[in-house]
Design a protein around this ligand. Structure first.
Ligand SMILES: [Zn+2]
Length: 279
């Protein structure tokens, strides 16, 4: 039964869960100046329907570029020195919103909760919100995985982003697959265009607006291990857990700023909560 005061209850104004006025802000002017003098120190090609790993020292930049055709990438980040500190998609979403762009940060999990990376450039920054409510670079989706695929369609598909990330991490760190799988986490969906349908609130995707040359660039706030999967969904215009979609490689470059370009900058400390939890 709809209550008599339903309209009044629905009319209550929303409040922002996490007002960000007190959130430590990145020094974008410093980063903007530093990115003028970058030297490429590493370059990795992520093959289609596979993943590749890369190391970004704190104070370096990294850039993910579309090189042959529209392609979505699923990004995992860890503290290079301690894999227990990893990207926290849910809290990043709560702080910045459902999609990320320049000035937003990728936050690490509890109990660390500090910026791991800051987005310093986004060639899709112009996209905004389309007529369907779609936006780019989401922290809504989890990653395509063979378990959900098995649940919904049956079968054994091995090139989902979850498996690509697991294989690559296992190889990069000499870990057993089961151990590596436990470290794989919810991603930043690079170049992916997504939203929620207005009628049913369901997660939707549509063809990525990225084109070859398009890129997103990050500043590494801490020493980072990154693994990027080139999603089997390609541009994610149709399906994402099969070999049906055209898929393209992605390029990752690691870039070093000039010496003294970051004077005044220091890596963020881990979160200040004392972890006594009221005991
Ligand atoms: Zn995927």
């Amino acid at each position: 039964m709809t209550p008599d005061d339903a309209a009044a209850r629905r009319a209550v104004k929303p409040v922002i869960c996490y007002p960000t006025q007190t959130l430590p802000q990145p020094d974008m002017a410093l980063y903007t100046a530093a990115r003028q003098g970058l030297t490429t120190v590493d370059q990795v090609i992520v093959p289609p329907r596979d993943a590749a790993s890369f190391h970004v020292p704190a104070g370096h930049f990294f850039r993910i570029t579309s090189i042959e055709g529209p392609q979505v990438g699923d990004l995992n980040l860890w503290n290079f020195n301690d894999l227990s500190e990893r990207f926290y998609s849910g809290k990043t979403r709560a702080l910045h919103g459902t999609h990320l762009t320049t000035g937003h940060r990728m936050w690490s999990c509890l109990p660390y909760l500090r910026p791991m990376a800051t987005i310093t450039h986004d060639t899709l920054g112009w996209y905004g919100t389309d007529e369907h409510g779609g936006r780019v670079h989401d922290v809504i989706g989890t990653r395509c995985d063979p378990y959900t695929h098995n649940l919904l369609a049956g079968g054994q598909y091995h090139q989902c982003c979850h498996s690509n990330l697991t294989r690559e991490l296992a190889g990069a760190r000499g870990m057993a697959l089961e151990v590596a799988e436990g470290h794989v986490h919810d991603v930043l969906n690079v170049f992916m265009c997504t939203g929620f349908t207005r009628d049913t609130g369901q997660y939707f995707m549509k063809a990525s607006p990225v084109r070859p040359g398009g890129h997103i660039e990050f500043f590494a706030e801490i020493n980072l291990l990154g693994v990027l999967s080139a999603c089997p969904g390609g541009d994610c215009s149709s399906e994402h857990s099969s070999d049906a979609a055209p898929c393209y490689p992605l390029e990752v470059t690691v870039l070093r700023p000039e010496e003294n370009a970051l004077s005044g900058w220091s890596a963020p400390q881990i979160n200040g909560y004392d972890r006594t939890h009221g005991v």
